[in-house]
Write a new protein. Structure first.
Length: 135
């Protein structure tokens, strides 16, 4: 009995398919989901989300949001999510560098802007880790 996985961001539906298993990064650690999992609502952390379907494993970079497991459905509502093949390594490196420079140069940023920049740096790091995993 397969799971239905949907990953949605404020901008788009990033992933929707039936799968065998998924491992979600949460604030409490990684959570592996198999068919028949108990109902669960958990907070998603910056990290690598792993999807297994048949003999293939797919990787996505995710950050923030929530995951809801109910029956054989897994819904991930994330601030950001991108599949490995769509990650543009050079663009991510440039965005990460800009955010790091702004953090280093900032003397009086308001706390929300500071947290936003830190979040961009963390998410950029996750994207690079996902993209570079096979080297």
């Amino acid at each position: 009995m397969p799971l239905l996985l949907e990953i949605v961001t404020p901008d788009a539906r990033v992933y929707s398919d039936t799968i065998d298993t998924v491992v979600v990064p949460t604030v409490e650690g990684e959570v592996g989901i198999l068919p028949g999992h108990i109902p669960l609502l958990t907070q998603v952390e910056h990290g690598e989300l792993r999807v297994t379907k048949g003999n293939a494993t797919f990787f996505l970079a995710v950050s923030g949001g929530f995951a809801e497991i109910s029956g054989d459905r897994v819904n991930v509502l994330a601030e950001h999510a991108i599949s490995e093949e769509k990650i543009d390594e050079k663009a991510v490196e440039a965005a990460m560098k800009r955010a790091e420079q702004e953090l280093a140069a900032a003397k009086h940023l308001d706390p929300q802007e500071y947290e936003h920049l830190q979040s961009l740096v963390r998410y950029s790091g996750v994207q690079l880790a996902v993209k570079r995993r096979r080297r």
